[in-house]
Structures are given as C-alpha cells and as structure tokens.
Design a protein around this ligand. Structure first.
Ligand code: ATP
Ligand code: MG
Length: 573
C-alpha cells in the first residue's frame, strides 16, 4: 500500500476525550473514529489489525476443533424470554420492535440462540461433543461506555459454546478452550494471567477470566506470589484477619456530633478504623438491607448480590432519604442494633469484640458492641480482598493488580439447555439434557489491550502478529529519482516475498514521515536516503533504537527472516 493513496489521517495532539493510552493512540494513529458514545468506526489501518486478531482467534478455534458459524445480531425476544434473560439484562439490552410489533433485541451474547440451534440440529449422542463459535458483533447499552473500544456499546466478540453429554465431557471441552485461549493471547504477545471469576447471575459451576495486566484495567485481580492463586476481586475469598479477642464489655451510647464518616470518627475518638464496623444500607431491588464490614474494609457488591440471589444491577446503595427512613438517623449513623431490616454481616465483623457502630440516631454511636447485641440474618464473606490479606489457599499475603478482561470461559452446566429444552438421545434412546460451556473473547478490547502493553511516547509498537503492515519503506525525498526507484524496488521485492508493506511515498518532510511511522507502529522501517546511489539503506526495528546501515538486499533478507521468526508459533500441547 502506498501511503499517498491511503485513507489515513494521524493526529499530533492527544484528543481530550481519550483517557488511556490505547484509546489515545487508536485515535491518533487513525485506527478508528468515534461515531457516538461507545460506537466506533474502524478505518483501513485499524481494520487490518482487527482482522489479524480475528484471524489468530479463528486459527486457534479451528485448531481446537471448534466449528465456525455466523448468527444474526438481530434476535427475536422469545428465546431470551424462555431463559429469563429478557428481564435479567435490563437496560443493558438494546431492544426494538419490528413493523408488526414483535420484540427483538440486538444480541448482547448468544447462549440462547446457540442452544436453540443445537436443539434443532443435534438429536443423537453420536453428534456430541460439539463446540461452535462465531466472530460477530454484540450490542450492550453499557451504563458507562469508556476507554474507546475497551468498553463500547457495539463490539466484536468471538463467542464459542460447547455441548457435551456429561460433566466429564464439559471438563474436556473447557480445558480445550482454555488452551486455545492461552495460544491466542500468547501469539499476540500479551502479558496476562488467568484468574478465577465469579459465576454470578450466569449460574454454572466455574469460570475463569483472562486478564491482561494493565494499570488502566477496570478489573482488580488478587494474586498470591507464593502459591499462584489468582482471582478477580469480585470473587477472591477473604480470610478474616484474626484480632485479639477481648472480654465483652457492656454496650454504651456515646455522643459523636457530626462524626458521620469513618475518618471523622477516627479523628473524634482517636482510635483506629479497625475498631469500627460500618453498616451500609443497600436496596436489593425494592427491599432495603443492611451490610456490615469492618471500618477499613469495602463491601463486595458481587458477593452481596450472589448471597441475596439477585442480579448485581438490582443492587444499589440506598438514597439518603431511605437511609433516614430505615435508621431514623442521618446518613453516617446506621448500625445493626435495633434495626428492623435484615443485617448481612461480614465474617470478620463476627470475630471482632468491643467495637463501634452507628446508633441509628443522628450524632450518636454505640461503643463496646459485641455479637450478643444484635442478630444478623447471615454471616458470610462480604468484603473485597485487599493487598496484604491472607491468601485463601496458602495463607501468605496476597497482592493485587489491575487488569483488562479480554476473555472469559465458563462452565454453564444445564442452565440454558434446561430452559430451552435442548436434549439429545443417549444410547438407550432416552432424552438427556446436554451440558454447556461458553467462551468469549472481546476482539476489539483485545486489540486495545495489545496497544496498552505495546507503546512508547512516540506511538504504538505493534507485535508483528497484530501489525497492520509488517514493514514501512520510507524514501526520505520522493523528488530524488534514485531514492524513489530504490524504495519502489524494495517495496515490490518485499511484496513478492509475501510481506505486508507500506510505502510512505508522500511528499512530506522526513521528520513527518518518521513521526507517523513511529505513531502507527510498523515493526520494521527501511529508510531510503542519500546513500540510495550506493544501494545502501537504513534498517530499524520500531521496538529498538538501533539503526543499521546495510545494503537494500540485506535489509529485505533481514526483514523477511525477522518477521518469519516473530510469527513462528509452535502449537504444542
Ligand atoms: P465486563 O465485566 O468487562 O463488562 P463481561 O463479564 O460483561 O465483561 P462477557 O459477557 O464475559 O463480559 O463477554 C466476553 C468478553 O467480551 C469479555 O471478556 C470482554 O473481552 C468482551 N466485552 C464485554 N463487554 C464489552 C464491552 N462493552 N466492550 C468491549 N468488549 C467487551
Ligand atoms: Mg459487562
């Protein structure tokens, strides 16, 4: 491709709307443009990289024995009504009606539709196991679309679904996908960890997420450097910190004027936040509930929603007027004693003694509160893990890191096959419900994650596997015939060898060309300058500062060899 002909506009300035590196660079390098909040168009350069990611996924899915098909994004409501998710998805689902007033949605994920397809096409145990996948556009009306295609409202997902006869079969299919996912992310050169994830509202017996390490990631992962335990913080089990057990004293009400936050109380009482238990009022759907965690801890809303058996989106902190109605006090003075709504108490609180809570009266707290002073509905693990907490597996301190969830694998069990009555006939001619797994990769999010991990202050540094072009040939001065001719020759020779080449044949200053080449991140740059008459060029890798002056033939040979080496990938088990 000649740059003079290409639809490509790079931006020198960082667009104000873009907060994270990948989003900034995807706009600056002319990869994509925003159309509406969370809706993007991919331009020619970006689409090439997006296709590379798709192709790697496709190759690994195919190698794993999964079969590709393609479904519509426009889906009739009935299957989602049958599974119950027409309601569960709530406002995240894009809904529409056809001219005959029939309900449709733009598919947020396709479990129901694959189940329905398998129900129609599979009748015998002989046709199982079966793993099907598609690479297709999904729609989710995210509450907070942000970070470009990291969290967009329209995105491409590779979604795969396995159907097995039994749990043992599912284990095999799941492991198979696990390995295929590792290969996909390895080929893209990503630094990732696989973590245990919450199975939450999806049901099922287990799930793992593939997290690309990144400071800007929206997910928090707890990991143990000692034993290798790793889990999403929504899921990571908390071990209560052992605290000295004191002899219970008599509960006492104290005046704490205007000390409605933990910080104010710590200041007022001159004590440590570990000696408080905070009580938070939540709305579980229409129902107010109270949740207690130690003063320095955070409530884990995923764990709370799971305990309450509701969707996380149906859980919200109560408004101030509800808090006052429920507790009889201003916000900041809630406590478990005498409260007439259910109290859900974190395990750690149950181990505390003589602690401080709100008195359900403005400006008052109780001190010396103990287990005997109130009756919780349930005592459970309800807090979020923190760095330094004991690892639930080995007991040593865990650490936390941020990550971008690029993939998710899930043992679903019978949730959808039961709801949609997807059965097969076994050896005895008896109908059995098939067991399902589902496996997703966010394609554009993965592309953004690659950029998050591969860039410097000058722009993107594409790994060859995801690069839109592998080599850029830069003639310094197009008006110089020797330079233009040698550049053209290198361009053609490389193309003949199957290399994807871009040539910057624009009539621009060399500085502009080099800046653009760096910004769009092409892995190999071959610069044709003054020494063109001697058949000499400059050879530079985007990821290195070194510039080598070598012959044009050597540059071509080096580029071919290096690219082949970078792309080499052994699919071993
Ligand atoms: P998240 O917790 O980030 O919202 P999710 O759990 O809703 O993700 P899944 O339903 O498991 O995501 O979807 C499978 C994959 O699709 C995710 O691992 C992610 O890579 C991608 N994905 C999900 N939502 C989005 C989005 N709004 N924009 C881009 N990619 C997304
Ligand atoms: Mg989501």
């Amino acid at each position: 491709m000649k740059l003079s002909k290409m639809l490509l506009k790079t931006l020198r300035e960082t667009p104000a709307e873009a907060e994270i590196t990948s989003h900034q660079l995807m706009l600056r390098a002319g990869i994509m443009r925003k159309l509406a909040a969370g809706v993007y168009s991919f331009l020619p350069l970006g689409l090439r990289s997006l296709h590379k990611v798709e192709q790697i996924i496709r190759e690994e899915m195919d190698a794993a024995g999964a079969q590709e098909l393609l479904m519509s994004a426009l889906l009739p409501a009935e299957y989602y009504q049958e599974s119950g998710r027409w309601e569960v998805f709530g406002p995240e689902m894009f809904r529409l009606r056809d001219r005959n007033s029939r309900d449709f949605c733009l598919g947020p994920t396709h479990e129901e539709i694959f189940t329905q397809t398998v129900k129609g096409e599979v009748s015998s145990y002989r046709q199982l196991p079966l793993t099907l996948y598609q690479i297709q556009t999904k729609y989710r009306d995210e509450r907070r679309p942000r970070f470009g295609v990291m969290r967009s409202r329209e995105f491409i997902m590779k979604d795969a679904y396995s159907f097995d006869r039994d749990e043992a079969g599912l284990d095999v299919s799941y492991q198979n996908m696990y390995k295929a996912y590792c290969r996909v992310f390895d080929r893209l050169g990503l630094d990732y960890i696989v973590v245990d994830a919450d199975s939450g509202a999806m049901g099922g017996s287990g799930s793992q997420e593939f997290m690309v390490k990144s400071e800007t990631g929206e997910a928090v992962v707890a990991f143990c450097p000692h034993c290798g335990y790793a889990a999403n913080d929504e899921k990571a089990e908390c071990v209560p910190e052992a605290m000295a057990q004191e002899e219970p004293k008599a509960m006492e009400k104290i005046y704490t004027p205007n000390a409605g936050t933990i910080e104010e109380l710590v200041e007022f009482l001159g004590t440590d936040s570990k000696h408080f238990a905070k009580t938070l009022i939540y709305m579980a759907g229409e129902k107010p509930v109270a949740v207690m965690v130690r003063g320095d801890r955070e409530v884990n809303e995923t764990k709370l929603a799971n305990l309450l058996g509701i969707n996380e989106q149906d859980l919200a902190m109560a408004e101030a007027n509800v808090v006052t109605e429920v507790t009889g006090a201003r916000v900041g003075f809630a406590g478990p004693v005498g409260l007439n709504i259910p109290v859900y108490c974190d395990k750690e609180v149950a181990l505390m003694s003589n602690y401080i809570v709100g008195a359900n009266e403005s400006d008052y707290h109780f001190i010396n509160v103990n287990a005997k002073d109130f009756t919780p509905e349930v005592v459970a693990d309800l807090r979020t893990i923190e760095p330094g907490d004991a690892c639930p597996k080995c007991g040593k301190p865990v650490d936390t890191t941020r990550g971008v969830e690029v993939g998710h694998i899930f043992k679903l069990g019978k949730k959808y096959t039961e709801a949609l009555d997807c059965t097969y006939l076994d050896e005895n001619g008896k109908a059995q419900t098939s067991i399902m797994g589902c496996y997703g990769i966010g394609v554009n999010r993965t592309l953004a994650a690659v950029i998050e991990q591969y860039s410097d202050e000058n722009g993107i540094i594409w790994p060859v596997s995801a690069a839109p072009y592998q080599v850029i040939v830069v003639p310094v001065n197009m008006a110089n015939e020797e330079q233009a001719a040698l550049a053209e020759k290198i361009y053609n020779d490389l193309r003949d060898q199957g290399i994807e080449v871009l040539m910057d044949d624009r009539d621009e200053r060399p500085g502009v060309k080099f800046k653009d080449a760096d910004l769009i991140g092409i892995p190999v740059r071959i610069t044709v300058g003054k020494k063109a008459s001697e058949n000499m060029v400059e050879y530079k890798l985007r990821k290195s500062q070194e510039v080598h002056e070598i012959s044009a033939d050597q540059a071509i040979a080096d580029a071919c060899a290096w690219i082949a080496d970078e792309l080499a990938f052994e699919r071993k088990d």
